[in-house]
Design a protein around this ligand. Structure first.
Ligand code: PNS
Length: 165
């Protein structure tokens, strides 16, 4: 599909989606006509995902149901190939801290090498979400902490169930 400057992908593992992700998605949805949330289907990390891709996608769909230009799709190929396949010209990512910057700079150089026609755009995390991560949320929930302010309601419920098992 020919790249469309009005279409972007917002990739991630989203295991699970947090209120910080929803914030970035909401802001990106206001910048592009179409925003595709690309959920990693195979684990690109050494750690196994807590939730299956289908469930991670369902969480995102529920949390973004008020955003009509957002769709959610799985992917298990190179991100730039997925963006090309979807006809997206931009990749949107959220940045929280310096540690994110270092990782994303490396990803950016690699992706740019592979596909110089696809531009990456970075949105700075809103201050209240600067230290919020999926792994942090899982750690808090594992030890019985309250995550209701950190993730969408349905996710908080499922986290309790999944980690109580
Ligand atoms: O931090 P996350 O959410 O686990 O990031 C996942 C992702 C895919 C956005 C990140 O690993 C990335 O930018 N990868 C680029 C390299 C690539 O295409 N990997 C293949 C993923 S299937």
């Amino acid at each position: 599909m020919a790249p469309d400057p009005r279409r972007a992908v917002c990739p991630g593992s989203y295991d699970p989606v947090t209120n910080g992700h929803v914030d970035v998605i909401t802001r990106a949805a206001a910048m592009f006509d179409e925003l595709i949330i690309a959920v990693v289907n195979t684990s690109v990390r050494k750690d196994k995902a807590l939730f299956k891709a289908e469930e991670r996608m369902a969480f995102i769909r529920e949390a973004t149901s008020h955003l009509p230009n957002v769709t959610v799709k799985p992917f298990s190929i190179l991100l730039v190939d997925f963006a090309r396949q979807e006809g997206a010209m931009a990749i949107v990512k959220g940045l929280r801290a310096i540690s994110d910057f270092e990782y994303e700079l490396e990803m950016n150089q690699l992706n740019r090498q592979l596909a110089s026609d696809i531009e990456s755009v970075y949105l700075m995390a809103s201050p209240q979400y600067s230290f919020l991560s999926s792994s942090g949320v899982k750690e808090i929930a594992t030890f019985g902490g309250d995550v209701s302010e950190l993730v969408p309601e349905g996710v908080a419920r499922r986290l309790q169930e999944a980690l109580a098992r």
